[in-house]
Design a protein around this ligand. Structure first.
Ligand SMILES: [Cu+2]
Length: 635
């Protein structure tokens, strides 16, 4: 519209006609899934209502105020657990009742400038550029400064459903805007879960660029189960001691500003990361909860790593042996599913590394009674900013293992875990084959530390921060693509691709696993395992094969440390052919050419007509005079 104001009125008319014409050509342009909040949104096989609001809640021994999906009276900080079966439609009426009265507020450019002018002890980057003399001189990348903290949207993480980052859901309009649900607004999400969808543990969280991290730090997340055979098969094996295990690194605003519990979000955090925070990881919203089992009984943990900006190691020790070398003291366990996809056979592990968004279904079995701890250890040197006091060597949960019951059969599984078999989420035939790969693309995740720029630090994909109006990557439905994911930094970036899963083919790092022992486990992978999120090792790479299977349209991939995503580490991905959209600016030269041509033609016509009007005067007047003369002569 800005264009119109600068042009002559006849040109404006022409452009307005063109815009009208384009809206006729492209009927999807005006489509939206925003609804009036009184309008029902319940036409699915399964229907949920989800509300984002600001609530005062109890967490551990503290009372805090936070952005949340939970409701008054809930005994959890998380949103409602959702269930859906393959083949069902899932409708979610999403309501934003957040009020913009909560910290943190967006960081001002002056704040960045003050911080970068005199970097404090805690800012220890390798700087690229010097600070500038005054805030006005800073280079500011507005879309990538975390902002708009009370607007939100919804992402079903890991689900193979319609693309849903842009409005409306399933949009193929390359210009479609991010779904941004403001306070007071409602949105009707309509999904169709395919018949062949793997059953397992999925989850949902906000995903509006600029506010996703702050909202997740506040606890906006929830679990979503796609029903499958796993629960029944576990039950058939006699496994019934099951717990959700949601790992979360909160940063919450304390109501009373209690200095002791580290729940206050500080101003740096709003713009970037948890630089100065030492916060404990919580499990299911609790600090070091206790789980109980008995000798021989299987403890099934359905683990989600819902950390905003931390990786997390999962190891089990007899209490007091946490300081022993891992390989000696860590107690083996079994993993039966990753990222919602069940394996055919359990895999034995001593340590797993999980980063933001990853899920693992874990089976534990103890031979001796006693007290055990689930610990995350030894991530020094690789954790993001861990050198500034991030949690490591901390206990996630305690497990009390009782003596065996007299009636063994009551608690023991029907067979050893090693011999168990499960219905795999994907059939082995579905593994991506090398011959199916149509092309290879390289995707580099890196950071900048230019002190003349906001946001700081800068987060890049292939050297560029996220741009809302740019399409970055394209894929065709059905094709398999190889991505070589490169991490240029000395920390991890978990890579997540929406809608489609992938298989990891290779992982590597230039760092030494002797210097960084945990790196060995960061780089463990099985090509047969399907993932939706993979950790790109520090100063390393992950080579993955993606198959674009069911859904097409406009979506994204990004770093699942949401603080990095909010600050620029995201790309737009278009699957399939975009709808044709008439873009005025692309056609302006042609339109102007046509307009000039029409005007020239008009001028020529006017000249011609006026010439013709002149001619009779020149030609006939003498004749008329002649006639007059004749007439006079005949008189
Ligand atoms: Cu990252």
């Amino acid at each position: 519209m800005a264009l119109l104001r600068h042009h002559h009125s006849s040109m404006a008319l022409l452009l307005a006609s063109a815009a009208f014409l384009s809206s006729m050509i492209c009927p999807t342009l005006g489509a939206t899934d925003f609804i009036d909040c009184n309008t029902p949104c319940n036409g699915g096989d399964v229907n949920y209502e989800l509300t984002a609001s600001i609530r005062i809640m109890d967490l551990m021994n503290y009372t805090y105020k936070g952005r949340t999906y939970s409701r008054e009276g809930d005994d959890t900080f998380m949103g409602p657990t959702m269930h859906v079966a393959p083949g069902q439609s899932l409708w979610i009426k999403f309501r934003n009742e957040m009020k913009p009265d909560l910290q943190p507020k967006q960081v001002e450019i002056e704040d960045y400038w003050e911080m970068l002018k005199k970097p404090g002890e805690k800012i220890k980057y390798q700087y690229y550029k010097e600070p500038v003399a005054k805030p006005e001189l800073m280079k500011v990348d507005h879309p990538n400064i975390p902002h708009n903290f009370d607007s939100t949207n919804l992402h079903l993480h890991g689900l193979d459903v319609e693309v849903h980052m842009f409005d409306p859901v399933n949009t193929h309009n390359p210009d479609a805007p991010h779904i941004s649900i403001d306070p007071g607004q409602c949105y009707c999400y309509r999904f169709n879960v395919p018949h062949h969808h793997p059953g397992g543990l999925y989850w949902y969280h906000p995903h509006l660029h600029g506010s996703a991290a702050v909202q997740m730090w506040g606890g906006m997340l929830g679990l979503l189960y796609v029903d499958g055979p796993l629960e029944d098969e576990m039950e058939a094996y006699g496994i019934s001691n099951v717990h959700e295990f949601v790992i979360w690194d909160p940063a919450l605003r304390a109501v009373n500003n209690e200095p002791t519990h580290n729940l206050e979000v500080d101003r740096f955090l709003m713009g970037q990361t948890t630089l100065s925070k030492i916060h404990p990881f919580l499990v299911n919203g609790q600090y070091n909860p206790t789980l109980t089992t008995a000798v021989g009984q299987v403890l099934w943990l359905r683990a989600l790593c819902a950390t905003v900006e931390n990786e997390n190691t999962f190891m089990v020790y007899r209490q007091g042996e946490e300081d022993q070398p891992w390989d000696d003291a860590a107690i083996p366990f079994w993993v039966v599913a990753s990222d919602g996809v069940t394996y055919q056979k359990p895999q034995r592990k001593r340590i797993i590394v999980m980063a933001g968004a990853q899920r693992e279904e874990i089976l534990l079995q103890f031979d001796e009674p006693g007290t055990y701890v689930i610990s995350q250890q030894g991530i020094q040197g690789l954790q993001f900013f861990d050198m500034y006091g991030h949690p490591h060597d901390q206990t996630l949960a305690t497990i009390v293992v009782h003596e065996e019951e007299d009636d063994k059969s009551k608690l023991h599984p029907t067979k050893p875990i090693a011999d168990m078999q499960f219905t795999p989420g994907y059939h082995p035939d579905e593994d991506i084959q090398a011959k199916e790969i149509t092309r290879t693309e390289t995707i580099v995740y890196s950071m900048g530390a230019n002190r003349d720029q906001a946001p700081f630090p800068q987060y890049y994909v292939n050297g560029k921060p996220f741009a809302p109006n740019r399409l970055d990557f394209f894929a065709h439905p059905g094709e398999a693509v190889e991505y070589i994911l490169i991490n240029g930094n000395h920390n991890v970036h978990p890579f997540h691709i929406h809608v489609n899963r992938f298989q990891v083919q290779e992982m590597g790092s230039e760092l030494s696993t002797e210097t960084y022992p945990v790196l060995k486990h960061v780089m463990e992978f099985e090509p047969s395992v399907w993932r939706d999120t993979v950790v790109i090792p520090p100063n390393g790479r992950a080579r993955i094969w993606v198959q674009y299977k069911n859904y097409t349209g406009k979506t994204v991939f990004h770093c699942h440390f949401l603080a990095h995503e909010d600050t620029g580490m995201m790309s737009t991905l278009f699957i399939g052919p975009p709808d044709y959209v008439f873009r005025l600016e692309e056609h302006l030269p042609l339109l102007m050419g046509v307009a000039v041509g029409m005007m020239l033609t008009l001028v020529a016509l006017v000249v011609l007509v006026s010439c013709r009007r002149g001619e009779p005067k020149a030609v006939y007047e003498p004749v008329a005079t002649m006639n007059e003369l004749k007439a006079k002569a005949q008189d």
